[in-house]
Design a protein around this ligand. Structure first.
Ligand code: ADP
Ligand code: MG
Length: 250
């Protein structure tokens, strides 16, 4: 089930502002004059061919890539600041024989104690709370290497939501996830954006999910070609040209 259009406590008025952002790597201009507003509670899908600059754009927002222009987060009545960002990277590979459990992973990421000493009671309670946000309480003692694609995404998502960010960024979260897992993950992201009133910016090649879940789709190829409602972008000439499609949408 998709949640109805959001209208969080901020009245939809806080926003990530990307203004005239360009990225140059060496002599190559990777991104040119990107302009985009992402409001809280909004789900925005970034699409584009391979090499279009999607991951580079996410890295610029994360502060991992130098850029020209402005990337700022504004809340009503407050000065612009750097947004608190939760990041779910493209699925890292874990070895199935690796003894690292989900709780070990949380201990490494969130606790100063060495992971082999265990979590401690208060940290274990926090990890349970984090996993509950993604309906993954039962995963706490599983080995990370044995998780399915969808389960691993949920664990990475739980890590990205502590502390609760203003904006959640996911790079191709649906790759390596089966069709049922995709719907489950998208339903969960939809619930999270609604419950916590945060914005979600994700890259994807799974266009079939966009009509149902995205508020805004942004098609890029070294700059923004078109942005708007899913049906507008997916039916556009720019979309057909970018993906070398003849006739109708994908
Ligand atoms: P996408 O995620 O859309 O597939 P990327 O953002 O990964 O595209 O890459 C966009 C372009 O930038 C590609 O041509 C890639 O080769 C180039 N690029 C990305 N990172 C670097 C880098 N660190 N050094 C040189 N070129 C890079
Ligand atoms: Mg990429």
């Amino acid at each position: 089930m998709r949640f109805s259009p959001h209208k969080g406590p901020c009245g939809h008025s806080c926003c990530l502002r990307v203004e005239n952002v360009s990225v140059k790597i060496g002599a190559d201009r990777i991104l040119q004059d990107m302009n985009l507003h992402v409001h809280c509670g909004e789900m925005v899908a970034l699409i584009g061919p391979n090499g279009a600059g999607k991951s580079t754009f996410l890295k610029a927002i994360l502060g991992q890539q130098e850029y020209e222009g402005i990337i700022a987060f504004s809340e009503p009545g407050k000065r612009s600041k750097k947004p608190r960002i939760g990041y779910v990277p493209q699925s890292p590979a874990f070895d199935p024989s690796d003894p690292v459990s989900v709780s070990d992973l949380f201990a490494c990421c969130m606790s100063k104690r060495p992971a082999f000493l265990g979590l401690g009671k208060s940290m274990e309670d926090l990890v349970q709370e984090c996993l509950e946000r993604v309906h993954g309480e039962e995963l706490i003692h599983k080995r990370v290497g044995t998780l399915s694609g969808g389960e691993l995404q949920r664990v990475l998502l739980a890590l990205a939501l502590e502390p609760m960010p203003n904006i959640l960024i996911l790079d191709e979260p649906l790759s390596g996830v089966d069709i049922e897992g995709m719907t489950n993950l998208m339903d969960m992201l939809d619930e999270i954006r609604q419950t916590y009133d945060l914005s979600i910016l994700m890259t994807t090649h799974d266009f079939s999910m966009l009509d149902r879940y995205a508020d805004q789709v942004v098609l890029i190829d070294h700059g923004i070609l078109i942005k708007g409602k899913p049906e507008t972008v997916l039916n556009s000439e720019a979309f057909r040209t970018a993906f070398h499609l003849k006739g109708g949408r994908a």
